[in-house]
Write a protein that binds this ligand. Sequence first.
Ligand code: BMA
Length: 341
Amino acid sequence: MSLNTSPAISPDPIATESFKQGRGTDQPLFTRHSGNPILSREDWPYPINSVFNAAAVQLPDGDTLLLCRVEDRTGLSHLCAARSANGIDGWRIDSEPTLMANPREYPEEIWGLEDPRITYVPELGQYAIAYTSFARGGPGVSLALTKDFRSFERFGVIMPPEDKDAALLPRKINGYWAMIHRPVTPTGAHMWISYSPDLRHWGSHKVMLEARRGGWWDANKIGLCSPPIETSKGWLTIYHGVRQTASGSIYRLGLALFDINQPEICLQRGDSWIFGPEAPYECNGDVNNVVFPCGQTIGADGDTIHLYYGAADSCIAMATGSIRAMLAWLDLHSGSENSGR
Ligand code: BMA
């Protein structure tokens, strides 16, 4: 029912071949919307500091729903839903927070909820929201299910701190639910995948993609962006890499492709970043030089991707790309050392 569960995409061989022969190879993979930013604090129906890092889904009625991270003027974040017929403007924003921290029942979210990712799960007939819950122990991963983004079944913390950047895959893999997430270990911040029979108990933890080392753009710290897109070639995945510089961090985006039946196996990993902070609203804000997508919708053609991203931890922007072009780009730009170790 939901258009968020994209059907397996078969790359058009002719389009792929012409792309490989040179046409478009230097073209950017994503085009920023001319109306960016599409949502900022001035749009909000109640006083806030900033709105950014939104999950996205296309609802059965065709509306695009963004579940936005909203930072209020205490500095803590909650989640608030905004709906729009075209996914660009005319947003109808919930008049009060949609999902707030409930520290009485969930003390592990006493400092708020951040950075949601939505996956529609056909087997459950529900949307799964993986989000960061923040407390004294650090950030952890929490899970909730909903049918309508008005009432929620909360599972509480499913991955203890320090962990974030999580999304559920839309169906079981070899009989188990699969969650991508980003724990922090002494060796760095890498992407992991874990499996569960019931969404509550998680195990079979495996490293999925390691941060590179040294001078790479994605050295030491990476994390999942929007939920992976299922294609006939594998799970197409946008991830962020964090470059530490003398004047702060730079958050950029890269591409990787993972095996459909064994998603911990990386088939391809791009060498360079595909999108980074360039526009003024991405370079200047509460946290400069950040692009941070948590969601996307896919057009009726099964190829056009609308990527929603937080910009400079201050506002929400949208950029348009093509799944086919991303797959073709990976064919050209994934190095022999795919693991990047
Ligand atoms: C990350 C997350 C994001 C944030 C980014 C840049 O660690 O906390 O929510 O957008 O840092 O500040």
